[in-house]
Write a new protein. Structure first.
Length: 590
């Protein structure tokens, strides 16, 4: 009996212990899970590069899903706003402010007086495809640093860019906005900006160059200063559209070697009207012509068939350069931008070729839309930066890109289109070539075969130039000149200056060109025309003996009127000096 009582007492005490301990264990386990969740959330928002990078590598990759209702990041209960420029409408200043508006345009290349009357938080029209409103994106998207480079930017335009990013980005994803001041010399801008950003409590940061560095190097500095997993570059005069960021980040969340590009809408530089550049549901992607001018082409059927839905991202050979997102560590692993590139120009091609040839990819994202102000003109120069190199800086940049990433045959297409580039000093590219070798990058031919296969459809391989240089009249001291006009326009005749407007090229297939344009002729005269896409042939031939430029279709020669100096076609006359021309090669005397 006593043994039985003892056993009963032990059982009772054990049961009592379990009743006390089990709830404690349960509470402890819940506390541990909650603590881990809090830690993850904290590190996602504030933990810096190391923690966020580890999180990025370890998490499962959830794919975006098309749903019936509104997507998980779509704004709800948007209220209509009323006021100047709301809904992206044009804002017209009162007539008594015309002088102020004109002065603002002369100073900034855009109507800052108009911008100043528009709310920093103004609404813009939703230019996305309807399907874009119905995507669910992973909640745990990578933390993002938005980098905005500026120089003497209009205050209201710059800060509207910032406010649009804050107003239309998920708070748990937007890690920071970094404003990189490329040595602005407007003191009122500096003082006003320092005071204004205090309201953001550290979310918006300003870093300043101690001397003018140019867009390319300043962007690279911004990337090195950033602490988010992904960096997004925006120009200083943008307005992001609704739910712009999650679609841009989702492909990078899936694959850290993807660079994503939003679809760019236009903002009028006079009225700040926000309008789509691309109408309807048709898509375009970035390509190039052989003088390295950026172009766009319809997305080929081969690429369209890779997607299940019309609103999904699609691959593009290149991009315009201003706006894109990329994993920060990956960008730096690629060497950021080539530090030998000066000011701006060519950096979009350099990064595009480098990404594709070295194992990454570029995707345009139809559901991410960003408005961009296209200036009326560039309101400032580049001072000492422009003096560091002799010759056109952009062409020098192009040459660095070509000599690093093109194969030998494709280099010749560039030099055929830009014959003066052979004589420009591009500097040392040994580090770029070493990077290319170290990353085990593919050839440019691979890029053309597998990515940019539609380039040759629009811009075929260029035949060699038979003649190039100034096209001088034998009878009069002057040269053929495009006069910086846009086609269709009559060609001009003026003093020989050796400028780009006077650098004519006659190729082996009879095409006479200047820059990316062609020289044609009809009854009205000698004309500057858009070259026919997909062909490199033309109607011209040059006889070195008679010095005639013969137009084969009309069976007449290019002639200069002796009094009016107008150009036309005339019946060929071997004794008429006003029908005789000389190609004089230009040698840059730098």
């Amino acid at each position: 009996m006593r043994v039985s009582n003892i056993r009963s007492g032990r059982i009772f005490r054990l049961a009592l212990c379990f009743l006390v301990i089990l709830p404690l264990l349960y509470l402890l386990a819940n506390w541990s899970d909650n603590h881990k969740r809090v830690q993850r959330a904290y590190h996602a928002r504030f933990g810096g590069r190391k923690q966020s990078h580890q999180r990025l590598e370890s998490r499962p990759r959830e794919a975006p899903k098309l749903v019936e209702g509104l997507g998980n990041f779509e704004p709800r209960n948007l209220r209509p706003r009323h006021g100047a420029g709301e809904n992206g409408d044009a804002h017209i200043l009162w007539p008594n402010k015309t002088n102020v508006a004109d002065a603002a345009e002369m100073e900034y290349g855009m109507n800052i007086a108009c911008s100043d009357e528009i709310s920093m938080h103004r609404s813009v029209r939703d230019t996305r495809l309807e399907e874009c409103k119905h995507w669910n994106y992973p909640y745990d998207l990578p933390t993002t640093s938005v980098i905005i480079v500026f120089h003497n930017e209009g205050f209201s335009v710059l800060m509207r860019t910032v406010h649009s990013v804050i107003d239309r980005s998920p708070k748990h994803v937007l890690h920071e906005i970094i404003l990189v001041d490329d040595y602005s010399d407007k003191e009122n801008l500096r003082t006003k900006l320092d005071h204004y950003v205090q309201q953001f409590q550290g979310l918006v940061k300003i870093i300043r160059n101690k001397e003018r560095e140019g867009l390319i190097r300043t962007r690279s500095r911004g990337a090195m200063e950033a602490t988010g997993e992904v960096i997004v570059f925006l120009d200083a005069h943008c307005e992001v559209n609704l739910n712009w960021l999650p679609p841009l980040l989702a492909p990078i969340y899936r694959d850290r070697t993807v660079m994503t590009v939003p679809i760019i809408d236009g903002i009028d530089h006079k009225t700040f009207e926000y309008t789509p550049v691309y109408e309807g549901d048709k898509h375009f992607r970035g390509i190039f012509e052989w003088g390295m001018l950026y172009k766009e082409n319809d997305v080929p059927r081969r690429e369209q068939q890779r997607r299940a839905h019309n609103s999904e991202p699609y691959r593009s050979p290149t991009h315009a350069g201003g706006l894109f997102a990329i994993n920060r560590d990956y960008f730096l692993e690629l060497g950021a931008y080539d530090p030998g590139l000066l000011v701006w120009g060519g950096e979009n091609f350099e990064l595009s070729f480098k990404i594709w040839q070295c194992g990454g990819s570029i995707e345009w994202v139809p559901c991410s839309r960003v408005g961009h102000v296209y200036r009326g003109f560039m309101p400032y120069n580049f001072g000492k930066l422009a003096e560091k190199k002799k010759g056109p800086l952009i062409t020098i940049n192009y040459k660095r890109v070509i000599e690093t990433w093109f194969d030998a045959p494709h280099k010749e297409f560039f030099y055929t289109r830009e014959p003066l580039a052979r004589y420009l000093d591009m500097g040392d590219i040994s580090e770029q070539l070493a990077l290319k070798k170290r990353l085990n990058c593919k050839s440019f031919q691979w890029f053309m075969d597998n990515v940019a296969y539609d380039v040759l459809d629009k811009f075929p391989a260029l035949p060699a130039n038979l003649h190039w240089g100034e096209l001088r009249s034998v009878a009069s001291d002057g040269c053929l000149d495009s006069m910086s006009n846009e086609p269709p326009a009559l060609m001009g005749f003026t003093y020989c200056q050796g400028t780009g407007n006077q650098l004519m090229r006659l190729n082996a297939e009879g095409q006479l060109g200047v820059d990316e344009r062609c020289v044609e002729a009809d009854r009205q005269g000698i004309k500057l025309a858009v070259c026919r896409l997909g062909t490199v042939t033309g109607p011209w031939s040059y006889d070195e003996h008679s010095k005639h430029l013969l137009h084969h279709r009309h069976r007449k020669c290019m002639a200069l009127h002796p009094e009016t100096l107008q150009l036309s076609l005339a019946r060929c006359d071997a004794n008429n000096a006003y029908q005789q021309w000389l190609f004089k090669k230009i040698r840059p005397d730098w």
